[in-house]
Write a new protein. Structure first.
Length: 282
């Protein structure tokens, strides 16, 4: 499932491509994904202008000038493809297509395609100031790359929890957008075992973890995210951060630290795999 860096890569590219463009046509090719596709999406969006494309946690948001927003989630296998000028034939799992025009450059035609073979994702339309819109984000915590994500607040939210640090970091109420990959990587760089209890961590350890979370996320965004199975960016290309992973999905392989003779281990925590080095992480 795409995490913060993958969604950030997609929304940043989309914002560059379609900001200020006018919706010319909306086509839907199924009645539902994770949620039913709104029947009036085409009527509501036709002729509107894209104000901005942004990210919140693992969600993408497209804001329009009629005070409606599309919120999308890529699920397990979802992707958004952008095409300019020449449109290819649609594929079997292309479920929603939005076509745009540029009022200044009349010959510029752009469309985005929501493609999702497993259909665990969604693309839904909300009134931007509605309760339904706000409810999606009401239990989501601070953004780790936002300046408001302070080390003191992070320590406060973590320090006294009677749960493993891995479970705490998966809790979107504590920190937004993190998932299995970047938690494992951040804990490795911080030298912290994923099964350590939060309340057993020192202030110094939590502070070091804070900075490594930011470091890992920025590095992953720079590489276009991690492509292990399905993630691709809007041009159909993969991300490259999988080439820089230290522990995630490396069960049984040698630790990347040159002075370490241990292999990466894998355990199951709350139904999810955790990868770590028992020598480098304490």
């Amino acid at each position: 499932m795409p995490e913060l860096p993958e969604v950030e890569t997609v929304t940043t590219a989309l914002n560059i491509a379609i900001k200020n463009l006018i919706v010319e046509k909306v086509s839907t090719y199924r009645k539902d994904l994770r949620f039913p596709i709104p029947k009036d999406m085409s009527t509501i969006l036709s002729g509107t202008k894209v104000i901005k494309v942004k990210r919140r946690a693992k969600y993408g948001i497209i804001d329009f000038n009629n005070f409606y927003s599309i919120i999308f989630h890529l699920g397990m296998s979802g992707s958004i493809i952008i095409e300019k000028y020449f449109f290819s034939s649609l594929q079997k799992h292309d479920h929603i297509v939005l076509e745009f025009k540029n009022k200044i450059k009349s010959n510029e035609k752009i469309r985005i395609i929501y493609r999702d073979p497993r259909r665990f994702g969604f693309m839904y339309l909300y009134k931007t100031k509605s309760i339904d819109y706000k409810n999606i984000f009401k239990n989501i915590g601070p953004e780790p790359l936002n300046t408001k994500f302070s080390v003191n607040n992070f320590i406060k939210n973590i320090k006294n929890k009677n749960t493993s640090i891995k479970s705490a970091l998966l809790d979107q109420k504590i920190i937004a957008g993190l998932g299995n990959i970047y938690i494992c990587e951040s804990l490795f760089l911080s030298g912290i075992l994923p099964m350590r209890l939060c309340k057993a961590l020192s202030r110094k350890e939590i502070e070091f973890l804070y900075f490594n979370i930011v470091k890992v996320l920025k590095a992953a965004i720079k590489q276009g995210g991690t492509s292990l199975k399905d993630h691709k960016n809007i041009t159909g290309e993969i991300g490259y951060f999988q080439n820089f992973l230290c522990v995630y999905n490396r069960n049984g392989k040698e630790c990347v630290n040159k002075n370490c003779i241990s292999n990466v281990k894998r355990i199951i925590q709350n139904g999810r795999s955790s990868f770590y080095c028992q020598n480098c992480q304490k």
